[in-house]
Design a binder for this molecule. Structure first.
Ligand code: ATP
Length: 265
């Protein structure tokens, strides 16, 4: 099996005197999506923040076999991109400018950057929103812009726009990327993320919508009770006992042939 893109070994995360997550071990692999689920306040966003390397951390986390602390910010930014929970900007940037920021690390001709902006905008149904003031966009439109910006950050430097990029070794960390999206765009975003994982991308996706993400993810981490209660494929992890423990409310499952079960309550 190939080395993981990101590996966490026996990591414990605390906030004040509360242990949010005790002894988490896990791997994010090329070509796989991992969904992180759990009740409000269980530590999902805090975990993601620690995996970004943005926060100076002594946690045992490595990106491509190197501790996060050994990466320079610029090198790390070419390897992993992050979309946080409520992305916004206080400035009246245009959508194009926001998307171009995703390529700001790279020394490329403007024509190439602009071509990639157009291509990725198309992937996320954003073409009609190019040129708009970001502050005038709806919540769902803005969420898709920032998702596209994160994806643009991971396209290799000088990648010709008409050649499919190799995204092995790249990592996308997403905090509830579909929370503001309508049903069509929820599916569109998940299908696009699925297409990107097929190019080698590793994705970690926090979500409260288990039914949306479960058909697309290879692994699910269920957080709760101050730890990771369960890890594995959606079919193995999605049991009434695991989810009832996680959400502290009775959960029922509806089995479906060839798909993970539907979660209801
Ligand atoms: N700066 C802080 N100081 C103290 N406690 C904090 C701080 N930031 C977060 N917390 C607490 O840490 C816990 C975990 O927060 P986190 O945002 O990681 O939860 P989450 O699982 O992402 O929740 P949600 O599903 O609501 O987004 C929460 O109880 C939160 O109140």
């Amino acid at each position: 099996m190939t080395d993981p893109v990101l590996a966490i070994h026996n990591a414990s995360i605390t906030r004040g005197n509360r242990t949010l997550i005790h002894n988490l071990t896990g791997k994010l692999r090329a070509g796989e999506m991992t969904a992180v689920v759990g009740e409000n306040g269980c530590g999902k966003s805090t975990l993601l923040l620690h995996l970004t390397g943005i926060r100076n951390t002594a946690l045992p986390v490595s990106l491509l076999n190197r501790p996060l602390s050994a990466w320079s910010p610029a090198d790390m930014a070419k390897q992993r991109a992050v979309m946080q929970q409520h992305p916004n900007t206080p400035f009246a940037y245009s959508t194009d400018e926001i998307l171009l920021l995703g390529r700001s690390l790279y020394k490329e001709p403007l024509a190439l950057r602009t071509a990639w902006v157009a291509r990725v905008a198309q992937w996320f149904d954003l073409t009609h929103l190019l040129g708009r003031d970001i502050q005038t966009l709806s919540g769902g439109e803005r969420q898709r812009i920032f998702l596209a910006k994160a994806v643009l950050q991971l396209i290799p430097e000088h990648q010709p726009v008409n050649v499919t990029p190799d995204l092995r070794g790249k990592l996308l960390l997403l905090d509830e990327p579909t929370s503001a999206l309508d049903l069509r765009h929820q599916r569109g975003v998940m299908e696009q993320l699925n297409a990107l994982t097929s190019l080698g991308l590793a994705v970690l996706c926090i979500s409260h919508d288990i039914n949306l993400v479960s058909p697309y993810c290879q692994q699910m981490w269920v957080l709760g009770e101050g730890a990771c209660i369960a890890q594995g494929s959606p079919r193995n992890v999605l049991t009434e006992s695991v989810l009832t423990r996680c959400y502290r409310t009775p959960i029922e499952l509806i089995t479906r042939p060839g798909k993970p079960p539907l979660v209801t309550h």
